[in-house]
Design a protein around this ligand. Structure first.
Ligand code: NAD
Ligand code: WQD
Length: 337
């Protein structure tokens, strides 16, 4: 298929480009590089034999979108472009709603002009909010606790209504759990611009000597070792889920959410131990207070993705930590290095 990938220069988008091309899809990237380096596509091109057309532009700019649509005429869109920092979303709510929600409306308008009816959307497990039960299945109530999470849930509602109103439309909503890891080449990976918000890139920067110690946000949760538990998913498995979602979108109309996780969860201390094993040195860590808004534990029920997308995670925790360490140690300053 001809697939437009918004945000294709980002962390998850870049890994997905490789999986798409490996399966014979033709790809075009639209990214404004607000959170990505142009070096990413150079490296993705060098890792693949496929062609990538790319455009620099903002999903909120209709003229750019119309030009890209008219030029590439995608059969499907994978929509990664957006803002993802939970803390920042509280400080800049309108900015988050503008990019994540209004940007998606703009994209759907531009798709209609070229009769493109399939979209795969990057949603998040954060739409569930405080667990009523675990593991979360897709029927779990949605009650996000941040602006970021609400922006994702709003888009889910928009896509559901959009698909219901159009005969040919298909919206595949992927609720990612915690993406980590890097491509086996160690040429692409996660490269946070500032102090990492997320656990795995923070640990990786401690291991490589860029930060002194990890701060563990609370060890008094109701979990076996007191630290928060999450369902970490290898980014290459996540990338593969998008290929499966495209295939599903081609065959099914309407909107449907899917959890994309492993179904297993690990604590902060588990992650520290696994990373120490991967890099061969201890990870200094100190315990501090809980981070506002954090929940104790979460875990996916990924049965629906298995049954309906034919997708399941293949990579384990060692693959996640080893690939992150390979990427971080070979690229200590990320793409700018
Ligand atoms: P990322 O920041 O690496 O990638 C997003 C890409 O979108 C970047 O390349 C950025 O430059 C681009 N972008 C941002 N605003 C844009 C705009 N207005 N117009 C065009 N391009 C724009 O993030 P990621 O981790 O790859 O996440 C991809 C998607 O998955 C996001 O929508 C994110 O909310 C969602 N998601 C991420 C996680 C996670 O933990 N990484 C978890 C759940 C959901
Ligand atoms: C994991 C665990 C922390 C950093 C966030 C978003 C979610 C999605 C994924 C975007 C928690 C602990 C962390 C640190 C720590 N993102 N931690 N010290 O919070 O599950 O999810 O990223 O779409 O929407 O909310 O991920 O990696 O930040 O935290 O102790 O320096 O590690 O408290 O228990 P989280 P995380």
């Amino acid at each position: 298929m001809r697939v437009l990938v918004t945000g294709g220069a980002g962390y998850i988008g870049s890994h997905t480009l490789l999986e798409l091309m490996a399966q014979g899809h033709e790809v075009c990237v639209l990214d404004n590089y607000s959170n990505a380096s142009p070096e990413v596509l150079t490296r993705v091109r060098s890792l693949s034999n496929g062609q990538i057309s790319d455009h620099t532009g903002d999903i909120r700019d209709s003229a750019t979108l119309d030009a890209v649509m008219a030029d590439f005429r995608p059969e499907a869109v994978i929509h990664f472009a957006g803002l993802k920092a939970v803390g920042e979303s509280t400080e800049k709510p309108l900015y988050y709603y503008d990019v994540n929600v209004a940007g998606t409306l703009n994209l759907l308008d531009a798709m209609a002009k070229v009769d493109c009816n399939i979209i795969v959307f990057s949603s998040s497990a954060t739409v569930y909010g405080e667990p009523v039960y675990l593991p979360y299945d897709e029927a779990h109530p949605t009650n996000p606790t941040s602006v970021y999470g609400r922006s994702k849930l709003m888009v889910e509602h928009i896509l559901t209504d959009w698909a219901a109103a159009r005969d040919q439309a298909s919206a595949v909503i992927l609720r990612y759990f915690n993406p980590v890891g890097a491509h086996e080449s160690a040429r692409i990976g996660e490269d946070p611009r500032d102090i990492p918000n997320n656990l795995m890139p923070f640990i990786a920067q401690v291991a490589v000597g860029k930060r002194e110690a990890l701060t563990i946000f609370g060890d008094d949760y109701d979990t076996p070792d007191g630290t928060g538990q999450r369902d970490y998913i290898h980014v290459v498995d996540l990338a593969r889920a998008h290929v499966a979602a495209l295939d599903y979108g081609k065959r099914h109309k309407g909107a449907r959410p899917f959890n994309i996780g492993t179904g297993q969860s690990y604590s902060v201390r588990d992650m520290i131990a696994a990373f120490a094993k991967a890099c061969g040195k201890p990870i200094p860590a100190k315990v501090a207070a809980r981070r506002a808004g954090d929940i104790a534990a979460m875990q996916a029920d990924a049965q629906r993705a298995k049954d309906e997308l034919g997708w399941a995670a293949r990579h384990d925790l060692d693959d996640m930590t080893q690939s992150t360490w390979a990427w971080q140690s070979k690229n200590p300053d990320g793409y700018e290095g």
